[in-house]
Design a protein around this ligand. Structure first.
Ligand SMILES: [Zn+2]
Length: 304
């Protein structure tokens, strides 16, 4: 297996493969393989320090690595791995990502400051907000100012793609849909109605903006946007959001969209840009939407 630590994101590199391998090994009752996969995963963090040359973001950076750790914390029993080690690694990543002089988390990608989920601030914050927090944790206060920065780039439910770029787009990787997930998680963690209201505004804009023309994928396609409807339904139990998700699903299985998704713009079967993400969405439509979560991103660990 490729140990190249230049790809440290769950969605794009070896870390995601190690985390998934561990979960699959446990499902097959192969404890020694599971432990070995976790050993590989933890070992990558040994090279992390404040001057480490990795991006901050979810797709390729530290936040993506944290998602791998959160993934095993969600899916693996504690006797398989050292939970204190996992927490220690999350702490280490948090310290690297939090700029103590500005009190704002790092979120540049190739020296550009994106606001959304895949490459930007919303994704880093969403990941940090999933760290199992004790009540009144110092983390919560350290993240709050960064949430205010994220919110400052939105108006009436529409969010800028990046700092110094007023263009607004509506896809999970950039723009309002990815930001909605962070707002809803913040509402859950801080119990502040403000975040819920902002998420509701952004979700109506996402619905009004309609069907994306970049296929059915999770990253910038119909399936990714649909997951925020599930998340909002879980928060509010308002059936309207299930209706939104179902309408997007209907469009996603129309012949015209299918041809567009899997022929001209095909990215194979991978999770974020390929067939697999749409498969997950279809399963969540058929099964109970109360249990739906954005694959590889929302690890929904119960707060301690
Ligand atoms: Zn994308």
């Amino acid at each position: 297996m490729n140990q190249d630590s230049s790809s440290i994101g769950f969605m794009t590199g070896a870390c995601g493969i190690h985390a998934l391998s561990a979960a699959i090994s446990i499902a097959m009752n192969n404890i020694s393989d599971a432990k070995q996969s976790i050993q590989y995963l933890f070992k990558i963090a040994e090279g992390f320090n404040l001057s480490a040359m990795f991006e901050s973001e979810v797709l390729y950076g530290f936040a993506g690595y944290m998602l791998s750790i959160l993934f095993i914390m969600k899916h693996l029993p504690e006797y398989i791995y050292d939970i204190n080690k996992a927490r220690e690694i999350l702490d280490k990543c948090f310290i690297i990502l939090h700029n103590s002089s500005s009190n704002i988390v790092k979120f540049s990608f190739h020296d550009l400051k994106y606001i959304g989920a895949a490459h930007g601030l919303a994704g880093v914050l969403f990941t940090m907000l999933q760290i199992p927090l004790k009540k009144n944790s110092i983390y919560k206060e350290k993240i709050k100012e960064s949430l205010d920065v994220m919110i400052s780039y939105g108006k009436d439910g529409k969010y800028c793609r990046k700092v110094d770029d007023p263009s607004k787009i509506f896809q999970w990787c950039h723009g309002s849909p990815g930001i909605i997930s962070t707002l809803l998680k913040a509402s859950e963690v801080y119990g502040d109605e403000k975040y819920q209201q902002l998420a509701e505004e952004a979700i109506e804009e996402t619905w009004k903006n309609g069907i994306l023309t970049k296929g059915n994928n999770l990253c910038h396609g119909i399936s990714g946007n649909s997951y925020v409807f599930f998340q909002m339904y879980q928060n509010t139990r308002n059936q309207k959001y299930l209706y939104y998700a179902y309408q997007f699903y209907q469009s996603s299985i129309s012949k015209r969209i299918q041809v567009h998704s899997y022929a001209s713009k095909s990215k194979g079967i991978n999770l974020m840009e390929g067939l697999l993400g749409h498969g997950c969405f279809c399963l969540n439509i058929i099964e109970d939407p109360k249990d739906a979560f954005f694959p590889g991103y929302d690890n929904d660990i119960v707060y301690l």
